[in-house]
Design a protein around this ligand. Sequence first.
Ligand code: IPE
Ligand code: IPE
Ligand code: MG
Length: 259
Amino acid sequence: MVNLPPSSTRIIPDTASIPRHIAIIMDGNGRWAKQRFLPRVAGHQRGVEALREVVKACRELGVKYLTVFAFSSENWRRPAEEVTFLMSLFMKMLEREAVKLHENNIRLKIIGDRSRFDDKLNQTMREAEQLTANNSALTLTVAANYGGRWDVMQAVSAMLRDHPHLAQTFTEEDLQSYLSMSDAPEPDLFIRTGGEQRISNFMLWQLAYTELYFTGTLWPAFDRNELDKAIAWYQQRERRFGRTSEQLEAQQSAGRGNA
Ligand code: IPE
Ligand code: IPE
Ligand code: MG
C-alpha cells in the first residue's frame, strides 16, 4: 500500500498549491435537461461530457486524486427506466473510456457495493481497473452504488473478520485500511454542483476536514472555468484543523508547515 498520511488532519496542506484530492457530487443533470425540455437522461449524457472535461483539467493541473459520485446507494429509488439508463451509460462509459484513460496514464478505480450490479458490468469494471492499475498521473475514483455509511459498515465488518480480537477496542488507524479510499489522502476540496448544500451520504468519514464548495451551476454546465473558480476559492481558505490562526502564522514564520 502507498505510504500516505492516513489523515490530512495531521498535516496542514499548503492551500496555495493545487488540491491533491478533489471529490465531486455531480448533481443537477435532471434539472439541466428539464430547463431545455429534454428528458432527464439527456442531462446524464451531457454529464459524462462534463466529467471528461474535468478529468482532463485535473490531469493538466496536477491534481492526483479525483473522486466523483456517479450513483448513490439511494439512487435505486429512482424510476426503473432512469436506473436502467444510468447502468447502461456507466457500462458504455467504461467500455469507451478505459483505453483513453490508460493512454493518459490515469488510473480508474470504482468504489461501492458491487453486489447489485450484474455480472457483465462487474466484469467490465474489473477489466477497466486492471488495465489502468499501474497508472500514476491521476487516480479517478468513481463511486457507484456507494454510500458513506455503507463504507464505514463494510470496513468494520471486514476488519473484525480479519481481526476478531479488535471487537473489544479498535482505533481509527485499525479501521483506516478497510475503508474504500484507504490508499488516497482525504479530499482537500469537495465540490457539489446543482445548488443543494448537503453531503447526500457521500464520503462521510473522509470529508471530516475537507473544504466544502457549493455552486448553483448544474453539472452538465460545469467546465474548466468553473473548476478554476472552485480551486481559486479553495486557495483562499485557511485550514486550521482545530488550531488557531495565530498558531498557523507562527508555524509559517518558523518555516514549518506541519506540526
Ligand atoms: C445527478 O443529477 C446524477 C445522478 C444522481 C445520477 P440528478 O439526476 O440528481 O439531477 P437533478 O438533481 O434531478 O437535477
Ligand atoms: C447525489 O445526488 C448522488 C449523485 C450525484 C450520484 P442526488 O441528486 O441523488 O442527491 P439528493 O437525493 O438530492 O440528496
Ligand atoms: Mg440530484
